[in-house]
Design a binder for this molecule. Structure first.
Ligand SMILES: [Mn+2]
Length: 346
């Protein structure tokens, strides 16, 4: 096993076009060795496995679909594995399917690339691979503890799709309309359609380049993100109705029971957006949404915004969870019960 590690320091640059050029070069240089190695291994491989994280979101889906397109065009065999099925809400944009890892002959792959939240699913199968198989990890979550042979992990990127864009740019790989569409899908998902604080000038440049290649911005937004099923709206209605603000700490909180999720026919994807919307209520510091996930597990989803000055990953850490400063989560055992003074997890 060999480990490649890069050190990054933040660079403050004056404004102007020169600077944007320099910024773009710095981004490309950041992982130049890893980008080089990864492309070399891709070209040397016959069979490649791409791995999307459990409960796949648009970033991990966009990442694996973009990489598959590139690898397929090189004439290689490439499969996508995931412990969960391909998300319904993306089927109108890009119909596809994922393989369950147990249904694949894992031994045959020369290279395995896991994208985004690599500790959500991939860590469960990583030990099935041998020394002769190269494992590459592409992630933008902090505190990743698992290691691959090629590690491209950096929390300052908005999305793994941004990392992959840089990989393609560095290796001078021509982006087809399809590849551009998949990358824009992931970027739109992880930047909350350019509304989160990870929307940098660089990400707008990348989005512009992807659109120039034919990525249909408004179609992706309306098909993948704006369409809401009646089940989603009903579930949101329940959660919004119950929302409470704690004036002492500025928390806005709500919860969704397993029964409600069932009654509304909502999906887990529907829950993830509740905290983002609650977080828009004026005067609040952060949003917390608790949801029962079956088997006695309660999941907490925390959101904040840069200007609110709260680090929700510290709150998540109190409950054994983690994540980003502005978006974190935790899981605890228990059940939610309503009491006179609010909700309790027992
Ligand atoms: Mn992501």
């Amino acid at each position: 096993m060999f480990r490649i590690y890069s050190n990054h320091s933040s660079v403050h640059l004056p404004a102007g076009r020169q600077v944007r050029k320099l910024e773009s070069l710095l981004y490309m240089k950041k992982f130049s060795q890893e980008f080089n190695t990864l492309n070399f291994v891709i070209k040397e491989s016959t069979n490649i496995l791409l791995f999307a994280h459990s409960r796949p979101d648009s970033d991990t889906v966009g990442s694996v679909l973009a990489l598959r397109e590139y690898i397929k065009n090189l004439g290689k065999n490439v499969d996508i594995a995931c412990l969960d099925p391909y998300p319904e809400y993306l089927k109108d944009l890009a119909p596809d399917y994922f393989n369950f890892p147990d249904h694949l002959n894992l031994e045959k792959y020369n290279l395995i690339i896991a994208t985004d939240s690599v500790e959500r699913g991939f860590q469960k199968i990583k030990d099935k691979f041998t020394e002769n198989q190269v494992v590459a990890l592409l992630d933008h979550h902090p505190d990743i503890t698992i290691q691959g042979d090629i590690n491209i992990i950096e929390a300052s990127y908005s999305s793994v799709c941004e990392i992959i864009y840089n990989f393609f740019e560095f290796n001078k790989i021509k982006l087809t309309r399809q590849i551009s569409t998949f990358l824009l899908l992931g970027i739109l998902g992880d930047t909350g359609m350019f509304q989160h604080s990870n929307t940098t000038p660089r990400i707008m440049e990348i989005a512009s380049a992807l659109m120039k290649n034919g990525a249909p911005l408004s179609k992706i937004i309306s098909v993948a993100f704006s369409n809401k099923n009646i089940s989603t709206l009903k579930l949101w209605g329940r959660a919004f109705e119950k929302a409470k603000i704690n004036p002492e700490n500025g928390m806005i909180v709500s919860f969704i029971s397993e029964k409600e999720l069932e009654e509304c026919g909502g999906s887990l994807e529907d829950i993830s957006q509740v905290s983002t919307i609650l977080n828009t209520v004026p005067g609040t510091k952060f949003a917390l949404v608790l949801s029962e996930r079956g088997d006695g597990i309660v999941k907490g989803s925390l959101r904040s915004e840069e200007y609110k000055g709260v680090d929700v990953s510290q709150i998540a850490a109190l409950f054994g969870g983690g994540g980003h400063k502005l978006a974190s989560g935790f899981e605890i055992e228990g059940k939610i019960v309503e009491t006179e003074n609010g909700w309790q997890i027992i």
